[in-house]
Design a protein around this ligand. Structure first.
Ligand code: GDP
Ligand code: K
Ligand code: MG
Length: 278
């Protein structure tokens, strides 16, 4: 048999707790994340011949460095490298939920989307082309109804499959446009010589440097054995570009465009109905 660890990530109210309980039943324990009073749940369960440890990450809308919950979620994924990140997405609120999905994909770990609340989405008349959505995002998607325990076994089949073939769930990168893409490429080149960066997805680190993410900048400088001038170069480059533009806003805009474009090709919502007589 095989052992894997999965992290459960999703927006608040996407059904994370419902899914976690459906997976682990009573076999989980609740504690806190190290040093903080944010709840951490961990549970162990079995799917066919695979032993799975599930870690429930805090519910978040984004992965910015400005909130404790968001930092916990992203740091767990990049530092602890779970085998698979299971991203629970509320299908009835898909556009907003995908903002987190795109950021999870950017962390560079395999992502499987559990497309939850399919009952609600259907009752509202949404037509979601799951295969197309999956192709456009570049990650497997399994429709589920967590509250009715529907789709759970199919979800776990996919998770186990991805855990032994991570290339199935790498995700497609957001196109940030020529100007940003050039900066990303330049940063990746400088980061290649930084041993502190090597354990992370370099494109992800390159983007964080552009955003002047303090935690990441500090991490790159810490215990750096080669010349510190690399970091200074990166830092001053980031400073220079931040004077040109608000790159953090531009990055967010590009992510929204990416999602809007994907949704327009894979989801049909019924025309907004006028007020009906009751
Ligand atoms: P969390 O905030 O992400 O942990 O979300 P919860 O697991 O607490 O779920 C929020 C609400 O949605 C609860 O009332 C759940 O019973 C309900 N819920 C979860 N999954 C589904 C689903 O697939 N369909 C429907 N209709 N309700 C769901
Ligand atoms: K809730
Ligand atoms: Mg919850």
């Amino acid at each position: 048999s095989k052992n894997i660890t999965i992290a459960l990530a999703g927006n608040p109210n996407s059904g994370k707790t419902t899914l976690f309980n459906a997976l682990t039943g009573a076999r989980h324990h609740v504690g806190n994340w190290a040093g903080v009073t944010v709840e951490k749940k961990e549970g162990r369960f079995k799917h066919k011949d695979t032993e799975i440890i599930g870690v429930d990450l805090p519910g978040t809308y984004s992965l910015s460095p400005y909130s404790l919950e968001e930092k916990i979620a992203r740091n767990y994924i990049v530092e602890e490298s779970p085998d698979v990140v299971v991203n629970i997405v509320d299908a009835s609120n898909i556009e907003r939920n995908l903002y987190l999905s795109v950021q999870l994909i950017e962390l560079g770990k395999p992502v499987v989307i559990a497309l939850n609340m399919m009952d609600v989405a259907k009752s509202r008349g949404y037509k979601i082309d799951v295969n197309k959505l999956s192709k456009l995002l570049g990650v497997p998607i399994v429709p589920i109804v967590a509250s009715k325990k529907q789709g759970i076994s199919e979800l776990l089949d996919e998770v186990v499959k991805v855990s032994s073939n991570k290339s199935l769930a790498k995700g497609n990168p957001v196109d940030y446009g020529k100007k940003l893409e050039n900066k990303i490429t330049e940063n990746i080149e400088s980061l290649k010589s930084n041993p502190k960066a090597s354990k992370y997805d370099l494109r992800w680190v390159a983007l964080r440097v552009i955003e002047e993410d303090e935690e990441i900048m500090e991490l790159l400088n810490k215990n750096h054995t080669s010349s510190a001038s690399d970091e200074i170069a990166i830092a001053s480059e980031a400073l220079e570009i931040s004077l040109e533009d608000d790159f953090e806003c531009l990055i967010a805009d590009r992510r929204y465009n990416h999602i809007t474009s994907i949704i327009s090709k894979s989801v049909k919502k019924p025309a907004v109905q006028g007020l009906t007589a009751s």
